[in-house]
Write a protein that binds this ligand. Structure first.
Ligand code: PLP
Length: 398
């Protein structure tokens, strides 16, 4: 028999299945709301003008292709830290940070670091539901994955009481993963007031916070607003760790640019943590790719490009906010009696429609493709297809 005869067939990725069904559909007005990537109002992938300019600069400077250090391009990581924590943050001079293979790689380094060095249980609490990859990343890092309450099906909103109850129920000193903004898949974020209460509960129980910030700027359109939770926890004395991604806010998806950082007690601790991050990264991939990091560094460190980028982030966020409003408006115009206010109160790339798996299957028959949990990518909605989308939703749900 072949050496690999015992390898079982694995299940296909949920999103890839949707893409395939979408591709196979010959209906001209078909709509793909599965993808987790921004699209412009023509439904096309979007390369930010600031990214094109930064890339031109990088290419013109004819830099060599030597390896970066294990923790990446320093001009990038320094600027990424300022972007996340704020220019005047007390964390900056005691921060261990490494470039990572986008947000996913940052989460994995974090998972490995917690597995090796966290003094409490080697486990992590993630929201229910969460980004589909969280559980897999942390399991493969050797952590036990627990869930905490997040979503209230009845209100299609935050289950704030449930969340607090689970924070309070967990073994003191547990690790909690929080989506910093634009929660995926629900699009439901705690309010600043709720974040303050979560911080209090986390502190009372001596828990440790791990933030995943994959959408800074992409949620509200403002990078500071979106960093509220991260910065608030640090101000309140939490030495958090943080996964950052530049996939969405710079549209650098395939360049795989991100960062993982740990706020340390002081510079001496930072040095020790930094040495161990290098020991984790080295056998994983030696050192990260340089091109995207150079682009991001150009943008973050060149004042004109930075200003331009801030505007472009806001434009992307605003287009999404507009599409949410249009979808709700169209549903109401059709005479839908349901309350669709969650569509506009949610934030970021995704909307959790509250549609059931059966209704989502009905949508597919209307040539609208999205995951069966009822999540739709608002980035896939355009001025042109929003009317037809509303009709399809109205048809399956009323
Ligand atoms: N975390 C969350 C919540 C996400 O939604 C995503 C992407 O969809 C990521 C992390 C990581 O993405 P990437 O590895 O492309 O940066």
């Amino acid at each position: 028999a072949s050496t690999w005869a015992n390898v079982p067939q694995g299940p296909p990725d949920a999103i890839l299945g949707i893409t395939e069904a979408f591709k196979a559909d010959t209906f001209p007005g078909k709509i793909n709301l599965g993808v987790g990537a921004y699209r412009d109002d023509k439904g096309k992938p979007y390369v930010l003008p600031s990214v094109l300019k930064a890339e031109d600069k990088v290419i013109q400077s004819r830099l060599n292709k030597e390896y970066a250090g294990i923790t990446g391009v320093p001009e990038f990581t320094k600027a990424a830290a300022v972007l996340a924590y704020g220019a005047d943050s007390s964390a900056l001079n005691r921060l261990a940070i490494t470039q990572s293979i986008s947000g996913t790689g940052a989460l994995r380094i974090g998972g490995e670091f917690i597995k090796k060095f966290y003094p409490g249980a080697k486990a992590i609490y993630i929201p229910e539901p969460s980004w589909a990859n969280h559980a897999a990343v942390f399991k493969d890092s050797g952590l036990t994955v627990h869930k905490y309450a997040y979503y209230n099906k009845a209100t299609i909103g935050l289950d704030f009481e449930g969340l607090l109850a689970d924070v309070n129920k967990a073994e003191p000193g547990s690790v909690f993963l929080f989506h910093a903004c634009a929660h995926n898949p629900t699009g439901i974020d705690p309010t600043p007031e709720q974040w303050k209460q979560i911080e209090q509960a986390v502190k009372n129980k001596g828990h440790y916070s791990f933030f995943d910030m994959a959408y800074q700027g992409f949620a509200s359109g403002d990078i500071h607003t979106d960093a509220f939770a991260v910065r608030h926890f640090v101000e309140q004395g939490h030495n958090i760790c943080l996964a950052q991604s530049f996939a969405k806010n710079m549209g650098l998806y395939g360049e795989r640019i991100g960062a993982f950082s740990v706020v340390c007690a002081d510079a001496a601790e930072q040095k020790r943590v930094d040495s161990q991050i290098k020991i984790i990264v080295r056998p994983l991939y030696s050192n990260p790719p340089i091109h995207g990091a150079r682009i991001a560094a150009q943008i973050l460190n060149t004042p004109e490009l930075y200003e331009e980028w801030l505007k472009e982030v806001k434009e992307m966020a605003d287009r999404i906010i507009t599409m949410r409003a249009l979808l709700k408006e169209n549903l109401e115009k059709l005479g839908s009696k349901h309350d669709w206010s969650h569509i506009t109160s949610q934030i970021g790339m995704f909307a959790y429609t509250g549609l059931t798996p059966e209704q989502m299957a009905g949508l597919a028959e209307e040539h609208v493709y999205a995951t069966k949990d009822g999540r739709i990518s608002v980035a896939g909605i355009t001025s042109e297809n929003v009317g037809r989308l509303a009709e399809a939703i109205f048809k399956v749900k009323g």
